[in-house]
Write a protein of this length. Structure first.
Length: 178
C-alpha cells in the first residue's frame, strides 16, 4: 500500500516530458542550430534514447592564467551540454564548463558550474542559441558582485571589481537602425 502511495506522490512531482518523437525533433532542431553556428565538436556527440551529450566551443574574449600566473586573453572556450528527457523543461539541460578561465561566475576547476540567470530560469521557451549568446556575454561581462564561492572565482571577482573590462570602442557585429 505504501509503495503505491509513494509512486503516486512521485508521479505528481515528476518533471514533465515531451512524447519521445517530439523530444527527438526538438533536440535535433536545437543541435542543428548549434551546428549551423559552427559551435559543435562533431566527434563529441553521444546520444541515447534518454540523453544527448555534446561538447561545443564558444568564441568570446575572456581571461586565463598562463603558466607563470599572468592573465592572458582566451578567445575559445569549451563546454559540455547534456540534454535529457525532461528537456525543454527546467532540469532537462545541464551545462558544464570544460576549459580554463579566470572568471568570477564560472568554475571550471572544481565543478564546471556556470552562474548565469538564463540557466537558472530555464523554461520550455528557452533555446540553446539564445543561451549561447548569453554565455558569450557572461564571458566578456563578468559580474564580480556575485561570484561563485571557489578560490579562483573569488580571486577573479576581486580582480574584475578593481579592473572592470573596458567596453570595446566599436563593435562591428552591431548594427544600429534609427
Amino acid at each position: 500500500m505504501l509503495g503505491a502511495y509513494a509512486a503516486s506522490i512521485l508521479k505528481v512531482f515528476a518533471m514533465p516530458t515531451l512524447p519521445l518523437q517530439i523530444w527527438v525533433e526538438r533536440v535535433k532542431n536545437e543541435v542543428g542550430v548549434l551546428r549551423q553556428m559552427g559551435l559543435i565538436e562533431e566527434d563529441t556527440i553521444v546520444s541515447t534514447e534518454e540523453t544527448v551529450r555534446l561538447v561545443m566551443r564558444i568564441r568570446a574574449k575572456g581571461l586565463v592564467k598562463d603558466g607563470s600566473g599572468q592573465l592572458v586573453p582566451q578567445l575559445q572556450h569549451r563546454l559540455q551540454i547534456e540534454i535529457n528527457r525532461q528537456f525543454p523543461y527546467p532540469g532537462g539541460i545541464k551545462f558544464h564548463w570544460l576549459s580554463p578561465i579566470f572568471h568570477p561566475n564560472i568554475d571550471p576547476y572544481e565543478t564546471g558550474y556556470i552562474c548565469l540567470n538564463v540557466l537558472k530560469k530555464w523554461s520550455q521557451l528557452s533555446d540553446l542559441s539564445t543561451t549561447v549568446k548569453a554565455l558569450e556575454m557572461l564571458v566578456t561581462h563578468p559580474n564580480p558582485e556575485d561570484p561563485l564561492n571557489y578560490p579562483t572565482c573569488l580571486e577573479a571577482a576581486k580582480y574584475f571589481a578593481d579592473n572592470p573590462p573596458k567596453e570595446e570602442e566599436k563593435d562591428d557585429d552591431v548594427l544600429v537602425i534609427d
